[in-house]
Design a protein around this ligand. Sequence first.
Ligand code: NDP
Length: 474
Amino acid sequence: MPEVKSVDEVLLARVQADPATGRAIPDAATGETIGYAPEQAIVEVDVAVAAAKAAQREWDELGHAVRSKLLHAAADAVDANAEALARLLSREQGKPLDGPNARFEVGACVTWLRSAATTVLEPQVLIDSDTDHAVLTYRALGVVAAIGPWNWPLMIAIWQIAPALRMGNTVVVKPSEYTPLSVLALVDVLNEVLPPGVLVPVVSSDREVGARLAAHPDIDKVMFTGSTATGRRIVEASSANLARLTLELGGNDAGIVLPDADPKAIAEDLFWGAFINTGQTCAALKRLYVHESIHDEVIDALAGVVRRMPMGCGLDPGNVLGPLQNAAQFDIVARLVEDAEARGGRVVVGGEPAPELGANFFRATIIADLTDGVALVDQEQFGPVLPVVRYTDVEDAIASANGLDAGLGASVWSSDRVAARAVAARLRAGTVWINSHGTLHPEVPFGGVKKSGYGLEFGVEGLKSVAEPRIVSG
Ligand code: NDP
């Protein structure tokens, strides 16, 4: 009997390298090798950029209507390969198929591709009088570098690729060394419909490859999502090539629960705000400030939700929480939890690894009785751990929320939308949600302030960020 391969293995076979030359990529849950990623050298960055540059003019000249049609066709191709992509993503990244995880992520790729295909960036007439006329138009920039992280590798790649292509740019994609295979598979699927050279991947575990791409003289724009430290290096690199930058860096989003919130009603949304993708999400709820009058009820309701959410291997049906994607991230989370306990934190639920599930699993954890100044509150944990801080005066909670360098998102939880909006207006973050956290819409711009980065993605603003403004005056 010939061996029957699963859909993701068939897809993987299209992109993976020879085991003799490739780098073994582990299953995030089991540690077993799932495939081999190609290892490209710095010189291959130059080849990739040259190919993208050579293809750009023709791609631009196709015009918006044709590119829009091709982006819809690309969305159809992703749809047709959705289960294969989701399974590969689940194994490589660790996120379960179920819940707002792998299948959800692939679905978001389709949604964002279609949004980029249908959104129109209209010329803006600035002056139109008897004597003067000025109009602002937008053109392609050239070649865009899309440098991505390992937490939402497919969705974030699409956030970078789709608007860039729509505006007539070509793209060189550089996935994280931790999740190259699923991104390569996505690019391969997109390239079923895109012309050659329009979307070119470079893959490596050598940080110099990403550095070369960001600094390349023929790169006109870098779209980057990842750590603040790497973001700084990309800013430095841009001093040479003057590449435009969109930087989506880490966050340490605060949530403020006002005294009139209903603990039971908000518990599940609080949970998903903090624990989506097992907490490995840039705009996740990472520290929660709860008014003392309802503090214990909120903790109880939240802990109840945590206890009923299954964690385990991503391919096993029903699981909604998975492992930390890699051992380095597991160590960060374990160290922060240990330190928080030593500093007086009270573990309400979780608080320890789950070795019976696999090496990188850490139980979903809530730690109460913490204060600002403890590392788990002040630093981005990027894992399934939520620190809770009790407050008495909302002014103190607002000061705490605004007190860190990060400014990606924030949230306010209340039964009174007007009161919540008044607090929201005082929070310094790119997005402030009310009674939810981290919900994104392809037409609503998203981006950070302070050290969480700069530049907006999505919708019309997202198209502007990958375009060159041109004024025609007279
Ligand atoms: P990095 O910022 O190091 O990596 C992100 C991407 O940048 C990867 O593709 C990486 O390539 C690439 N890269 C690395 N060095 C350079 C460079 N000098 N120039 C251009 N590109 C470069 O993130 P990590 O994966 O190491 O994660 C570290 C921390 O970042 C996490 O602990 C977490 O706190 C945070 N993080 C935040 C994310 C967010 O969504 N904001 C997402 C992921 C992580 P390569 O992998 O090959 O080194």
